[in-house]
Design a protein around this ligand. Sequence first.
Ligand code: GLN
Length: 215
Amino acid sequence: MPDYEHLTVGVLALQGAFREHAIALEKCGATARKIRRRRDLAGLDALIIPGGESTTIGKLMVSYHLLDEIKGIGAEGLPIFGTCAGLVMLARELVEGDQPLLGLMDITVRRNAFGRQVKSFEAALEIPALGAEGPSGIPAGGGQPHGPFPGIFIRAPWIESAGAGVEVLAEYDGHAIAARQDKMLVTAFHPELTDDLRLHELFLQIMGGSDPAKT
Ligand code: GLN
């Protein structure tokens, strides 16, 4: 795996699965910093917004004065990876409901899209951007898994529609569930709840400038 030691990635740590993201980043060799206050954002190379409950995360971001701040640094180009509720937070618009959003990505999102009965499930996902052996072409950590990505969906959203600048990276059941726009990456599922580091590594490559899509 390439050397990511020089990269400090913030993980928004207000609510949800932030510990698991920090562990995944450190397994990749990057430095993870939990973000709870505005001052924690200083000098970050990138940010992850975890899964959890986007209504709660949004309200907490407003009360901790983080929403406008992150909106600002995101608009200036800070790379951001949003998973599940993090994908919802990055959306420009929701199909239903009104809640604080960052609105940084040109996507319209349906929350809890996979229905009430099927609240959580796992699916093997084809994600061509990961390549057969991960984005670097090198099995990471002494044997990174290859092939389909294990998608864990928990009351997951999907991307209902996306603007021209958005590249859909994966679909499930005909719905977009992973995408990128410039240095922003989103997944409707939870890569941090698996041992598969390929999506975290893809993000580190996108943010570090060694972008697999552009080589
Ligand atoms: N349904 C949640 C929301 O809309 C997301 C669930 C999750 O992050 N696992 O915020």
